[in-house]
Design a protein around this ligand. Structure first.
Ligand code: GUN
Length: 291
């Protein structure tokens, strides 16, 4: 058996077309959704990410501003910029690219972002949204983009999580933890595995859905997967030949799973797509508050 691919590029294209159409409607009502992206320092990966985020906004018709600062920017000056963006009515989403230079307290900066504009979903107030709402139904806060994208991928194959066993490998604040809460919100039984977990294989063999979000190659191999399981690969690694690969041994696991996300072209493109979705949602909330 060979698994069906869940194509993140195709699903992104479909969702971004919808965002663009909804943006046209908002503009007709006098409101242009706006995203501010703040980059401090010259981390090469971050530079690529922020460029792609701004480009995605432009393509979908959203307003975007990119603010770039030297790595020497003080924490106080960054906090002042965040406060100015909080008060800027043309901006509905604020994203401070991580990692920040070591002299800046990233959590302090994240908590300074208005929860109403926290389109990354990293604010403590957004964590509350994970416990109280389904996406688009919660009144404040946002779902973090990468796990939200994973949920959209499951939705795209019509997967009903009710009563299913989902195993999340990885417990980061950006992916693993929010992913577990989202799966729970949809009535899955959730196990979170991590670097200290004993006998990972015994857990994954029981899983109907596996989300691999560790950042290490070959964390999940074919012998660890129950036939017919759905496998989502959040990893972004390079193999010894320098080729982009995920956390999952794709060639092996695809012979066992029913659905699998490729790397590249799987979860990756969904992250920026969900950032657009969240920014649009923020603008829609701002408009309904005005009315
Ligand atoms: N660095 C890596 N991924 C992300 C992300 O999704 N948002 C922000 N702000 N920084 C990141």
């Amino acid at each position: 058996m060979t698994a069906q691919l869940i194509d993140g590029n195709a699903l992104s294209k479909q969702l971004r077309t919808q965002v663009a159409a909804d943006t046209v409607k908002l503009k007709a009502q006098g409101l242009t959704p706006g995203l501010a992206v703040v980059l401090v320092g010259d981390n090469p990966a971050s530079q690529v990410y922020v460029r792609n985020k701004v480009k995605a906004c432009e393509e979908a018709g959203l307003h975007s501003v990119l603010e770039k600062y030297e790595a020497t920017l003080s924490e106080a000056d960054l906090l002042a910029r965040v406060e100015a963006l909080n008060n800027d009515s043309s901006i509905h989403g604020i994203l401070v690219q991580l990692p920040l230079p070591a002299h800046i307290d990233a959590q302090k900066v994240i908590e300074a972002i208005s929860p109403a504009k926290d389109v990354d979903g990293f604010h403590i107030a957004s964590a509350g949204a994970l416990m109280t709402g389904l996406p688009g139904q919660e009144k404040s806060g946002f779902w973090p983009c990468t796990p939200y994208g994973c949920m959209k991928m499951l939705e795209s194959i019509g997967y009903d999580l009710k009563g299913k066993h989902a195993v999340v490998i990885g417990r980061s604040n950006i992916v693993g933890k929010p992913m577990a809460l989202m799966l729970l919100q949809q009535d899955a039984t959730v196990t979170v595995a991590h670097s200290r977990t004993q006998n990972l294989k015994a857990l994954t063999l029981q899983a109907d859905v596996i989300v691999a979000a560790v950042g290490k190659r070959n964390v999940l191999t074919a012998d660890m997967v129950k036939p017919g399981a759905v496998v989502l690969d959040v990893g972004m690694n390079r193999n010894p030949e320098g080729k982009l690969c995920g956390d999952v041994d794709f060639d092996g696991v695809k012979e066992v799973a029913s659905y699998i996300t490729p790397v590249p072209g799987g979860v990756g493109p969904m992250t920026i797509t969900m950032l657009l979705v969240n920014t649009l949602e923020s603008a829609q909330r701002a408009l309904s508050e005005k009315q």
